[in-house]
Design a protein around this ligand. Structure first.
Ligand code: SN0
Length: 313
């Protein structure tokens, strides 16, 4: 594996998820692999899980880690080609990426979308700059359109807790006060389709995701019917792809509460975190045994670790 930016960088998703599960049983088996190698983690916005789980995964493999957060630290980066840099951005991404490549053997990048210009976001400019100019393997720590390490951790979690061979997995939209990226749902669908789960998508009208990720599976607008017999419910807010970056619904009835789980197959609830309590998911779910959010966050270590191991070998 050269870079890790989506499920398409993995030869066989099912085998890869299983391999991560094996790694979890023997965490330090490959401690020698990272000797004298450095992982650089570059963030363009805040992070808790991604930063600490990837750092822990690196430590488990004997890698050294350097972390830099460009919000607050570092120069403001110019990303446009051919501009006269007479504004407030002192450094071009081309030099920055190349310089970081001099210091690191593997680079993790959290880029995030601007949610204003759809073509620009979906072009993954920043990620491409790092892949083209750093000369080093690049791992996406959530790009403008995908969050593959999160999805990999989600698949590890579903495999760990599933009670049937092919569980019913529902991705549901939930309300949120801010416009959020489509990265987590896009990526979740890409991975869940490769895992061949029985998938359902639920969202209010206008929140359809791009066909490249849904694979043509149409979303339903009725959350109650979507939840029927569900084994896993993956809760996430996202802003509209069609009316790009816009909030089209603030309907609080889409929040997931315990009472909505009645017709499910004792569904377990998942969310990538951070989750806004009583807005996206109610306390009664998050504080119950139905919630898998902590186990899911724990598996972020093994998702990052299997990816780093694959790049190192
Ligand atoms: C991220 C997202 O992509 O939606 C989750 C992964 C880091 N969530 C947020 O940015 C939430 C921000 C908020 O204000 O709740």
């Amino acid at each position: 594996m050269k870079h890790f930016t989506s499920v398409n960088d993995v030869k066989n998703a099912r085998e890869f998820v299983a391999a991560a599960g094996e790694l979890k049983k023997d965490t330090y088996a490959f401690k020698h692999l990272g000797k004298n190698k450095v992982l650089g983690l570059i963030f363009m916005n805040p992070s808790l899980r991604t930063r600490l789980s990837t750092q822990r995964a690196a430590m488990n493999l004997g890698l050294d880690v350097m972390v830099m957060n460009f919000t607050g630290e570092g120069w403001a980066l110019e990303t446009r080609e051919g501009v006269i840099m007479d504004g407030d951005k002192p450094e071009h991404i081309k030099e920055a990426a190349a310089v970081i490549g001099q210091y690191c053997d593997i680079i993790g990048l959290r880029s995030f979308p601007g949610l204003e210009d759809r073509d620009r976001d979906y072009d993954e400019e920043l990620l491409k700059f790092f892949m083209d100019h750093s000369g080093k393997p690049v791992i996406s720590l959530e790009s403008a359109t995908l969050h593959p390490l999160q999805s990999l951790a989600d698949m590890i979690t579903i495999e760990e807790f599933k009670k049937t061979r092919r569980p019913k997995v529902v991705l549901t939209w939930a309300p949120h006060p801010k416009a959020l990226p489509q990265s987590v749902p896009n990526s979740f669908l890409e991975w869940a389709r490769k895992m061949d789960y029985d998938l359902t998508i639920a969202h209010p009208p206008g929140y359809e995701l791009h066909e490249r990720f849904t694979g043509g599976l149409e979303g339903v607008n009725d959350q109650y019917s979507a939840f029927e017999a569900a084994d896993f419910i993956y809760v996430k807010n996202w802003s509209s792809y069609r009316d790009y970056g816009k909030i089209l619904s603030t309907d609080r009835n889409w929040m997931v509460s315990l009472e909505k789980l009645r017709n499910t197959n004792d569904a377990r609830i998942m969310h990538c975190l951070p989750v806004r309590r009583n807005m996206v998911i109610a306390d009664d779910v998050l504080d119950s045994d139905a919630s898998l959010v902590i186990e899911e966050a724990g598996n972020r270590i093994y998702a990052a670790q299997i990816v780093l191991k694959e790049i190192l070998t």
